[in-house]
Design a binder for this molecule. Structure first.
Ligand code: ADP
Length: 240
């Protein structure tokens, strides 16, 4: 099966810290990859590099078989959901406006309604984004990321500070996008249990890649999970 993403010997050095150290892995079409790692593990740096926002890295990143340094065309196939942005209550944009910002061609306007319905946010389409709960805002940002029919959805720690009911809905939406619409998902999370339930592949990041493979292979191996949890806890304490 086609490798949609190939990360090969990726190293990112900031002046004070090596955020990623020789990280290599691949993502195949249709995969649901959970990237787990403690704060400071390099998850955001990895995403910034994959999205072409950080170009100062060693190694190569390929999407659809092509080096991302050669062409930015691959970005059209990616929907990106950043960590939850915070909006002022009076921020002057409606839900509809925010999703429209993601739209590449105005001719696809009716796609906005379709996607808002699919994400259970349609009834709020004329409300200001800042009036919505965290969970609803999150779904608006997923809608914005999906409005151009991307092949890949990349989500950066999206459930922080969101109530449990919204988290459950969010997880069922992700599951459906992957299983029914065959969207390849790359999702970073702190929540090992959620990754275990949703993702079929896992990458455990702690600056280096501790493990990459099928979820069952990781989660069925208690010793591996324990080793990873201890290593990331030590790293975490070391940093704080
Ligand atoms: P995560 O998303 O897993 O929390 P990050 O990629 O944000 O990890 O951070 C990895 C390490 O790189 C941290 O030690 C962080 O302080 C450092 N870092 C992240 N971004 C920058 C930057 N732009 N400049 C310098 N250091 C950075």
């Amino acid at each position: 099966m086609l490798n949609i993403v190939e990360i090969d010997h990726l190293t990112v050095k900031y002046p004070d810290v090596k955020a990623l150290d020789d990280v290599s892995f691949t993502v195949k079409k249709g995969d649901f990859l959970g990237i787990i790692g403690p704060n400071g593990a390099g998850k955001s740096t990895l995403f910034a590099s994959m999205l072409g926002l950080n170009t100062k890295y060693q190694g190569t990143i390929k999407f659809f078989g092509e080096d991302i340094k050669k062409s930015k065309d691959y970005l059209k196939e990616i929907g990106y959901v950043p960590q939850k942005p915070i909006f002022e209550k009076n921020f002057p944009a409606t839900v509809n406006d925010v999703v429209r910002m993601g739209l590449r061609k105005e001719s696809d306007e009716n796609k906005i309604d379709e996607i808002l319905q699919q994400l259970w946010i349609h009834e709020s389409s004329k409300r200001r984004i800042g009036e919505l709960s965290g969970g609803q805002q999150q779904r608006v940002f997923i809608a914005k990321a999906l409005v151009n029919n991307p092949k890949i959805l990349i989500l950066d720690e999206p459930v922080t500070g969101i109530d449990q009911q919204s988290i459950d809905l969010f997880y069922s939406i992700l599951r459906e996008l992957n299983s029914k619409q065959k969207i390849t998902i790359i999702w970073s999370s702190h929540d090992l249990d959620a990754v275990n339930q949703l993702a079929n592949h896992v990458a455990c990041l702690n600056r280096t890649l501790f493990f990459h493979g099928e979820s069952d292979e990781f989660f069925d191996n208690d010793e591996l999970v324990k080793q990873y949890s201890e290593a990331s806890m030590q790293e975490h304490m070391h940093r704080h």
